[in-house]
Design a protein around this ligand. Sequence first.
Ligand code: GLN
Length: 480
Amino acid sequence: MDINSFTIVSTRAAIAEKRFTATRLVEDFYEKIKAEDGEVHAWLTLCQERALAQARRVDDLAAKGDPLPPLAGVPVGIKDVMVTKDVRTTAGSKVLENFVPPYDCTAVARLEAAGAIVLGKTNCDEFAMGSSNENSAYGPVRNPRDKSRVPGGSSGGSAAAVAAGTAVAALGSDTGGSIRQPASFCGIVGLMPSYGRVSRYGLIAFASSLDHIGPLTRTVKDAAILLRVIAGRDPLDSTSADVPVPNYEEEMGKPVKGLRLGVPKEYFSEGLDAEVRAAVESAIHRLGAGGAEIVPISLPHTAYAIPAYYVIATAEASANLARYDGVRYGYRSPKTRTLSEMYRNSRDQGFGAEVKRRIMLGTYALSAGYYDAYYLKAQKVRTLLARDFDQAFQKVDAIVTPTAPTAAFKLGEKTDDPLAMYLADIYTVTADLAGVPGISVPCGQTQSGLPIGLQILGRHFDEGTVLRVAQAVEDSMSRA
Ligand code: GLN
């Protein structure tokens, strides 16, 4: 069987029709990972026993002829910032090198309850901080489409696994773009749901008011199926919303005719690569030809999004990462004499350079005397950005933009210049700050064959419209 082109839909169908067993499928995927993942390095930890036990459960169901759950037999990867019971979870950090969690993240538990098979944990930037996956303590991930280039970050391992065909789908997390940007760089679909749509229980916190869990898949339909499984209120996360979860597959089946799509001028200015612009404009043109009404709009506070994001995200990170003190769990520096030396050395030796930079930035922004000037100011900007979206969504049903200003860049290209790296998030951080959903869907490629993503943003809890537009883009690719 050619497992390279498997989707959620085709995997489930093949298992239901008994063309092969889930057990056989899992074995094939592990073989592929062993043969092909060396250079890409998308996987950090594999969990064969857990996967095979789950595969047997699925095979038992199929043998009995029972109706199969929506993800029956689908091999998935989980970004290593989601905790998994009895399976090492590192967050890409040396601090958690030997951490074996005692419970499962809700999103992971829901995937398994729906029949998915967790193959293992995928590589990521340390504590999800990064745009290139070069901040992992376990070494970088390479883009399967061009191994001299980054896969994007911070969910680079999840995106690369799906793009390389070592998983059919994966979960990632998005705080400032970390699902959509790697999806764009690797040529796959990445969906960030609305804030509150998916429980964050068991997601190792980076910036709690910005963190989102969502799917990385090969098709828009797969993203819709996966989202429906993980979405919905969870009593274990008080910020998960009690809002009905629609049947996304039905919503996305509708044509785009009559939809109003906003094109914000601020997302097409200086810094946007010419080939990316051309591909995105051509995709928007095809949406117009399909009957959508294309409406020029403005999101006037966009220029302040990056600074506001890097103040708020680092402030929250500095508080969230205070728990890694060498006492309760995680890395403890050996041979220290006093308690404060133990704290200091554990954190100094355990955290990488980018994490330290952010803890320092965030601690500074929250300190007495600077709080009003930086943190409070950033929160005000966040409100203005959210208002920009509210006003835009009175006029349009969705917003279309590039996902990232460039296609995948070379490894090492931006590592010496953190500010240049931060600008890779310029089109994605706004949606995280506003809490609205967004997707990246492949819309073309550069002359040299690098994938380009189109971003679609929607109203709060309206992932349905976002998926509907994404499906139209995917459909239009065959005509591009
Ligand atoms: N690249 C952004 C950052 O470094 C976003 C990370 C994310 O979404 N987790 O903060």
